[in-house]
Design a protein around this ligand. Structure first.
Ligand SMILES: N[C@@H](CCC(=O)N[C@@H](CS)C(=O)NCC(=O)O)C(=O)O
Length: 214
């Protein structure tokens, strides 16, 4: 049985939730992370000493780091349609997954936390402006790339679209005026048509507004 730990409204948890929905896999979900101590219990730390979600377990295998979980699930369930075996094609998927962790996510998280998760009275406009500028740089890069092909790694949807697409609903719906690059919006509309996206990503996240304690 697959088990997954992590709040369903946590950005990185939504990545495996999305893939599990794509693959139609059953799993047991422990929707934890809201209450102090949730991730510091001895039981949870034995799974992930970094005290972060998501964590996935299948039999004796325990996997943490959201993009590693995506790769593990794709390998385990032979989802080669999302994670090709050809070395070059695979590297093109992984390139965008690495870029998401190194570039897109830090910019997006700074903006999401600086603006949405910080109570209005304590927001620092200079931090928000700097994060928004960083997001603009990353979204412009995405836009230029998506002008050349329908999905991030080519003609077909892949793990790269999950890793990078997970932020789109929040980015465009957190109440900040952000630019809407044409190709990114086209890609966002395509992803939004997937049942898996509607089920896992297009979900209310107002529980997080002004909340910086988890
Ligand atoms: N690089 C890690 C980041 C994990 C992470 O920071 N997870 C956040 C949720 S997005 C977390 O555990 N926050 C504490 C909480 O939700 O209580 C990954 O991709 O899995």
């Amino acid at each position: 049985m697959i088990e997954l730990w992590g709040r369903s409204n946590a950005y990185n948890v939504q990545k495996p939730l999305w893939l599990l929905a794509e693959l139609g896999l059953d799993f047991k979900h422990y929707d934890i992370g809201r209450n102090s101590g949730d991730l510091e219990s001895a039981d949870f730390l034995a799974l992930n000493p970094r005290a972060r979600v998501p964590v996935l377990r299948l039999g004796d295998a325990v996997v943490w780091e959201s993009n590693s979980i995506l790769r593990y699930l794709a390998n385990q369930f032979e989802a080669t349609q999302f994670y090709p075996t050809d070395p070059l094609l695979r590297s093109q998927v992984e390139r965008w997954m690495d870029w998401e962790l190194a570039s897109l996510q830090p910019a997006f998280i700074d903006l999401f936390w600086g603006y949405y998760r910080t109570p209005a009275a304590t927001r620092q406009q200079s931090l928000i402006d700097a994060a928004q500028q960083q997001c603009r740089v990353q979204f412009d890069l995405l836009d230029a790339h998506l002008a050349t092909q329908p999905y991030l790694a080519g003609d077909a949807f892949s793990l790269a679209d999950i890793a990078c697409g997970v932020c789109l609903f929040r980015y465009f719906n957190m109440g900040l005026e952000v630019e809407q690059p044409a190709q990114v919006m086209r890609w966002y509309r395509q992803l939004s048509q997937r049942d898996s996206f509607r089920l896992t990503i297009t979900q209310p996240f107002d529980e997080l507004e002004g909340r910086s304690n988890f």
